[in-house]
Structure formats: structure tokens, C-alpha cells
Design a binder for this molecule. Structure first.
Ligand SMILES: [Fe+2]
Ligand SMILES: [Fe+2]
Length: 279
């Protein structure tokens, strides 16, 4: 059994043991998934602007936490991108990112959008908890699956950050004044955010990361196709226990028992859904 090192907050690119890189251990499917993940992570600054708008007039400490969170997410993109460039020198993070940005701009990032698209700050925090549950489970799965030591380290560092992000947003959720949202409302927001995993963000990032610009004309973007390829790549690393952990974190965020019937049912349903997507 391998012991996962404890990675503390505040690591930098220089802390990664790049010299241990072993090209013979690079798995091509994992590489494709890492390239796509790098683009999504690297897109954090837009989300920082949006979240600061949602939390405008909050305590300065909350705004500082959002800033710090965004810096860490961007660094995730930089670290994953740097690893992918080592593993495949034809991949260029900045170049792929420009294409991704051009084709993917969710409506809620538009400057004229006021407040949270989730209806309230509490709703926004539940949606954030869902995303951080997903990323912390996903990078744990990549860490466990990777035979390549540098990717294993990067994924381990990121997974630890994502778990801390979850805690930050969970605490921010509970620090909000005013009445709590009803259970069904919270569950509805969480399910809505899980379903957004089907939107263009994952499919289009996979496309921009893995179809080079010179092949765009002969290989046009198709959401269904690239959503399926992205899911297939993710499912090569996921095991049932990673998905269960994800569900437990989400269930806790909506205020239910992470070891109760809801978590068991939701875990089974999500696993079935993920498996069916790639069948
Ligand atoms: Fe991240
Ligand atoms: Fe995160």
C-alpha cells in the first residue's frame, strides 16, 4: 500500500520534483485528460471576478480568500500544463488556452451579470462545494492511477488544495447571515451543478487540448463526441470509492448524513451514470 505524502497549502511550481519525470511511464489517456484539466483550471481568473461580484461588500477576509483560491486554481492549471508540455512537447498550454477561451464563455461570467446565478450566496457556496468535491476526488483518482512520479506528485498536491477549497466554501456557506436554505432547495442546486458537468466546459476543453489547431478544420468540434471522450478518459482513473467520496462531500454540503441512505443511493446512481456514459 502506498502512503500519500501530506501536501501543505502554499506550494509553488519550484516545489515540484520535476527532475523525477519518467517519459516511459506516461499513459496517453491520462495525458489527454490532464491537458483538458489544465485548461479548465487555468481559466480561474474569470471565476474570481464573478465570485468577487457575488460577494461584493463582504468582509475583506472573504474577498482575500477568494483571491487566494483563484491563485491556487490558476497554479493547478500551470502545473498540469507544464507536466503535459514535458510529456508531449507538441502541446502548448498558452496556445490551447487561447482557443479554449475564444470558444467557451459561460453567461454568468458576463460583466453585466449581477449576483449569483444560483440565486443566493448560500446557493453559490453549495455549487462551489460540488465543484471542489468533484475536483478533489478527480485528482485523488489521477494521483492513485498515475505511474508517472511527477504527475502523481502534482495530482496529490492539487487534490489536497481542492479539499481545502471545499472546506473554505463549506465554512463560508455556514458563515452566511440569514436563514438557511431548505433541504430540497440545496439538493436541487447541488444536482443542477453536477448536471452542468455535461456542458461545454469539459467537452470543449478536451477538444482544444487534444486536437491541434492545424487539425481543427478536418476535425470540427462536436459536443457529444468530445464529452464522451472526456468521460472515457476520466473513467480510466475513477474507482467506485473515489466517486463515493465525491458524493459524501456533496451530501454533507447539502446538510445530510454523508454515511446515510442518501449518500449510498446517490453514490450508486452517479456511478451507474458515469459508467453508462462510457459504455
Ligand atoms: Fe483546481
Ligand atoms: Fe479548487
Amino acid at each position: 500500500m502506498t502512503v500519500t505524502p501530506v501536501y501543505k497549502q502554499g506550494w509553488t511550481m519550484e516545489d515540484i520534483h520535476w527532475s523525477l519525470f519518467d517519459p516511459s511511464k506516461v499513459d496517453p489517456i491520462l495525458l489527454a485528460a490532464v491537458k483538458a484539466a489544465a485548461l479548465v483550471e487555468y481559466n480561474a481568473p474569470d471565476y474570481v471576478t464573478y465570485l468577487k461580484r457575488v460577494f461584493a461588500d463582504s468582509h475583506p477576509a472573504t474577498l482575500a480568500d477568494i483571491e487566494q483560491w483563484g491563485k491556487e486554481e490558476t497554479q493547478h492549471g500551470r502545473a498540469l500544463g507544464a507536466w503535459a508540455e514535458m510529456a508531449d512537447p507538441s502541446f502548448k498550454l498558452e496556445e490551447a488556452f487561447v482557443r479554449f477561451r475564444k470558444g467557451y464563455t459561460p453567461a454568468h461570467f458576463a460583466p453585466e451579470q449581477d449576483g449569483s446565478v444560483r440565486g443566493s450566496r448560500r446557493g453559490e457556496m453549495i455549487a462551489r462545494c460540488v465543484v471542489e468535491s468533484g475536483t478533489s476526488s478527480y485528482y485523488s483518482a489521477i494521483r492513485d492511477a498515475s505511474e508517472e512520479p511527477v504527475l502523481k506528485e502534482i495530482a496529490g498536491r492539487i487534490a489536497a488544495d481542492e479539499y481545502r477549497h471545499y472546506k473554505l466554501f463549506y465554512d463560508t456557506l455556514h458563515a452566511q447571515p440569514g436563514p438557511d436554505l431548505g433541504f430540497w432547495k440545496k439538493l436541487w442546486i447541488a444536482i443542477g451543478r453536477v448536471r452542468e458537468g455535461d456542458d461545454d466546459e469539459l467537452a470543449f476543453s478536451y477538444y482544444c487540448a487534444n486536437v491541434p489547431p492545424e487539425k481543427e478544420a478536418i476535425t470540427p468540434y462536436n459536443r457529444r463526441k468530445y464529452s464522451r471522450l472526456a468521460s472515457q478518459a476520466s473513467m480510466t482513473v475513477y474507482h467506485r470509492h473515489h466517486v463515493q467520496k465525491l458524493v459524501q462531500m456533496v451530501v454533507k454540503a447539502v446538510g445530510a448524513n454523508p454515511h446515510g441512505w442518501l449518500a449510498n443511493l446517490a453514490g450508486a446512481l452517479l456511478w451507474r451514470r458515469l459508467s453508462a456514459k462510457v459504455a
